[in-house]
Design a protein around this ligand. Structure first.
Ligand code: SAH
Length: 473
């Protein structure tokens, strides 16, 4: 993946001072799963061009993501990530040009505020749904002339038609800092497959990088939503802050770190999103003792153990092997006694009543029910909602409607061979209502993952709360 940034003006070579990168040297920085190389094909008094070449290692890409199960088996290996402008490009920009992004230039500070004529070329830009009009609607309001060249799927077979990849050329006059902030925000906006660790930190980054332009951008809602991967709560919060822009804290107030986003650029696969959301819900419910039912290999348990709020945690699964893996992940055998006391692991089936599950504040049941036979579901409901009866139950299951988005998936199958059913949003909502009515819980349903129009999100979550009059009994 190649980004070229060029300016044509007297003393064009000054650009290298602003970029804080020597024009006669090739330099490299580490980025997640690879390296970015910075070099100047031309740097003289008329023209200065700097290139940022991303060298993403596909093997590292797959290996770095191994712990986060892919949504389809070969997804880690067969993808366009090494070749296209993606969220990795933003990391590379922030790392390679951090001084310029911060608006500092020690040797020639007077250059920082100078608007220069720039040409930017991004070799391969994937267009999400919305395509060319979407790309234009992001850059044109910022004063760029946009030139897009769409690539065919395969030049040997023109009859196959166009691909979703473009070469983007931007021309405009900006300060370097502003230009970099545009690219930093808008490239991940176009990267619908990015897997950020999307947290509060991203809201701060978006508002900070967009502080001079996002508020007045006609597409600011769309930019915010896409930048934050469609997470409603964060998007709402960011938009509220944008609208009340005088409340946006200055970078120094939010303790803005050097713009090295590496730490927050962990890939968050759908499953991690689910687990993090589940943990947030348990925390927000004020639970201190929690059950993780169908805890599998202990990923959620690990997240729960990291939170002091949870003083008593029980993980249960029917699979002995999974529990053994969970033990390894949690370093169970070598945990200090105080930590070990917080955690219980037990083998058991969710379709049989167990007294040990009673007396907990909350339960998480993440991607488990679809593994149960439909005719055992009622027993499960009694075990959890009838007998264990925690105040809060956080439960997730796939949204079958979303399967059509997985292009390689046969619509007649389920996402995993062990799934006994997968529900549409309506089927899930009906079940949630029925369980609530039968056992005295009220429930809220939330999407997990990016919401696609008419299809919904890849996964769905219900947060059940025991009704007040029921818990008083
Ligand atoms: N909650 C975990 C694991 C999900 S996979 C996570 O999100 O990472 C589903 C898990 O449910 C598997 O570990 C499987 O062993 C477990 N499971 C399936 N049927 C079960 C049952 N009847 N009782 C308890 N666990 C069950």
């Amino acid at each position: 993946m190649l980004l070229q940034l060029s300016t044509q003006r007297p003393q064009a070579r000054d650009l290298s001072y602003l970029l804080h990168k020597h024009p006669d040297r090739v330099q490299s920085v580490e980025i997640p799963s690879g390296r970015a190389h910075i070099f100047y094909p031309q740097a003289d008094d008329q023209v200065c061009t700097v290139c940022l070449a991303l060298d993403i290692n596909p093997v590292r890409l797959a290996r770095d993501n191994r712990q986060n199960a892919a949504d389809f088996a070969l997804g880690d290996y067969v993808n366009d990530r090494p070749y296209v402008a993606s969220s990795y490009l933003s990391v590379a920009l922030a790392k390679a040009f951090s001084t310029a992004m911060n608006g500092t230039c020690q040797s020639k500070p007077e250059l920082v505020g100078v608007e220069m004529p720039f040409q930017v070329r991004i070799a391969v830009l994937p267009a999400p749904k919305g395509g060319e009009p979407l790309i234009r609607s992001l850059f044109e309001p910022l004063g760029y002339t946009v030139q897009l060249t769409r690539h065919t799927l395969d030049s040997e077979f023109p009859e196959w038609g166009d691909s979703r990849y473009y070469t983007l050329a931007l021309t405009g006059e900006q300060t370097l800092q502003t230009l970099l902030s545009h690219l930093y925000v808008l490239i991940p906006v176009l990267d619908s497959r990015k897997h950020y660790w999307v947290s509060e930190a991203e809201v701060e980054k978006l508002l900070e990088k967009g502080k001079d332009w996002l508020e007045n951008h006609p597409e600011n809602a769309q930019i915010t939503r896409r930048y934050l991967k469609g997470l409603h709560r964060l998007t709402r919060r960011a938009l509220d802050r944008l609208q009340a822009v005088e409340d946006v804290p200055k970078p120094e107030e939010v303790g803005e770190e050097a713009p090295n986003t590496e730490a927050t650029e962990h890939k968050v696969r759908l499953h991690d999103q689910r687990l993090l959301l589940a943990r947030e819900e348990l925390k927000a419910a004020g639970a201190e003792s929690v059950l993780d039912l169908g805890c599998g290999e202990g990923r959620l348990l690990k997240l729960l153990m990291n939170e002091k709020q949870f003083t008593r945690i029980l993980g249960m699964d029917v699979s002995y092997r999974s529990l053994e893996i969970a033990k390894g992940r949690l370093h169970y055998d070598t945990l200090p006694p105080k930590q070990k006391d917080r955690l219980t692991l037990m083998q058991g089936a969710l379709t049989y009543r167990a007294h040990r599950l009673e007396g907990y504040d909350a339960a998480a049941i993440v991607e488990v029910i679809e593994h149960l036979e439909l005719d055992r579901l009622e027993s499960f409901e009694w075990v959890v909602f009838g007998h264990a009866r925690p105040r809060t139950v956080v439960l997730t299951t796939p949204n079958r409607e979303y399967n059509q988005i997985f292009e390689t998936m046969d619509p007649a199958t389920f996402r995993h061979t062990d799934h006994r059913f997968e529900w549409t949003r309506k089927e899930f909502a009906d079940w949630v209502t029925l369980v609530g009515e039968t056992h005295g819980y009220e429930a809220v349903i939330k999407p997990v993952g990016e919401v696609v129009e008419n299809v919904g999100a890849p996964s769905q979550m219900a947060v059940f709360t025991l009704k007040k009059d029921e818990s008083a009994e």
